[in-house]
Design a binder for this molecule. Structure first.
Ligand code: HPA
Ligand code: ZN
Length: 352
């Protein structure tokens, strides 16, 4: 007779995977799966450098952020028509809903499209249509955040923001992404001041490859409400203590951090230390097509590599994500009530 022994955390992982959750750090262009890249390339008669999707996927071995970004921007070239953007966003929404995502705040990189002559008028209505369909058919709430590419000038970013204004109803905030080293948050002070005047929510990538000082600078110079990544704050006790005291959420992306060599492997990821330090950490997927997994894969990889993380930690991460979202408070409270009911149904107590 054989007995099947489950891994000790299998029940907890199942509870996490089926829990309602928020995806707050997700680049739409980073959801372009190789198969879709090839289909779109064929649609537009574009030649890709790789013979097939399998070869392209095999090229996803990165030494650092820049190595990834070079491929990521190259991938954007197949996104040309409104249908392309709709299909990309809708595919992501369906994939997210399958992971229990009830709220997605999706980054887009307009400059990676407008620089190729693909205007807001092409992609913004298409993305809005996908978001509407997600609300109607998947019970998934989606909003967009337009990001400025920090390797370009602030004037370029300001021009992007002004060009986006006719589609203001289709996005809720401004973010900052791309190559972090050598492009400190302070380079974009005027952009974020303008975003503030426009009543937009503000977030920025900081402390991914860049130093902890960039995390503090994003708070002080840009007035951001959340930090994307932010894990390098662990290098500076004062910055860490401030994040905990001010309850600034960090949107952490475990698989991304390992793939881009912020950490050598998942066991070395320092998210458990963030939780111990009282940081409002959340778990997300960044660029799932490139980094080997969507949000549930991130939770799974993290918990498998850190057996000391328990049910209370899982609940805390899930709740932090919902709480840190920019959805209306009443809606957030309904999602948290759903999470709480789910958690109890799975046999876990709510942490005090
Ligand atoms: N970091 C910075 N810029 C990005 C990323 C990231 O992980 N993904 C897409 N643009
Ligand atoms: Zn990111």
């Amino acid at each position: 007779m054989s007995t099947i022994t489950e891994a000790p955390d299998a029940a907890l992982l199942a509870a996490v995977r089926t829990a309602p959750k928020a995806e707050l750090h997700l680049h739409l262009e980073g959801t372009l799966e190789p198969e879709m890249a090839f289909a779109l390339a064929q649609r537009h008669g574009v030649a890709l450098r790789w013979p097939d999707a399998q070869a392209l996927r095999a090229a996803y071995a990165f030494d650092d952020l820049q190595a990834f970004l070079d491929l990521y921007y190259a991938g954007c070239d197949v996104l040309r028509s409104a249908d392309d953007f709709f299909e990309l966003a809708w595919a992501y929404c369906r994939r997210a809903a399958a992971d229990g995502v009830v709220r997605a705040e999706v980054f887009i990189d307009p400059q990676s499209h407008t620089a190729r002559g693909v205007d807001f008028a092409v992609f913004m209505p298409a993305l809005a249509r996908a978001a509407q369909r997600a609300r109607d058919e998947l019970d998934l709430s989606v909003d967009y955040i337009v990001c400025a590419l920090r390797h370009l000038s602030e004037d370029d970013a300001l021009a992007m923001l002004e060009a986006s204004r006719p589609w203001a109803e289709h996005y809720i905030g401004v973010g900052l992404d791309s190559s972090e080293r050598g492009h400190p948050p302070g380079k974009f002070t005027r952009l974020f001041a303008r975003a503030g005047e426009l009543g937009l929510r503000r977030v920025a990538h900081a402390g991914e490859e860049g130093p902890a000082a960039y995390v503090a600078e994003a708070l002080d110079a840009l007035g951001v409400e959340r930090i994307d990544h932010g894990v390098r704050a662990l290098d500076d006790a004062a910055v860490l203590e401030r994040l905990a005291r001010e309850r600034v959420p960090l949107t952490v992306c475990p698989l991304s951090n390992v793939r881009l060599r912020v950490y050598p492997d998942m066991a070395a990821h320092r998210l458990p230390e963030l939780l111990r330090a009282g940081i409002v950490a959340t778990v997300h997927s960044d660029d799932p097509a490139y980094f080997g997994g969507y949000v549930n894969d991130n939770y799974t990889a993290l918990f498998e590599a850190h057996p000391q993380l328990g049910a209370d930690d899982a609940y805390r991460l899930l709740r932090n994500g919902l709480q840190a979202s920019f959805a209306p408070t009443a809606q957030v409270e309904r999602w948290i009530a759903r999470l709480d009911a789910h958690w109890r149904r799975c046999g876990y107590a709510l942490p005090a």
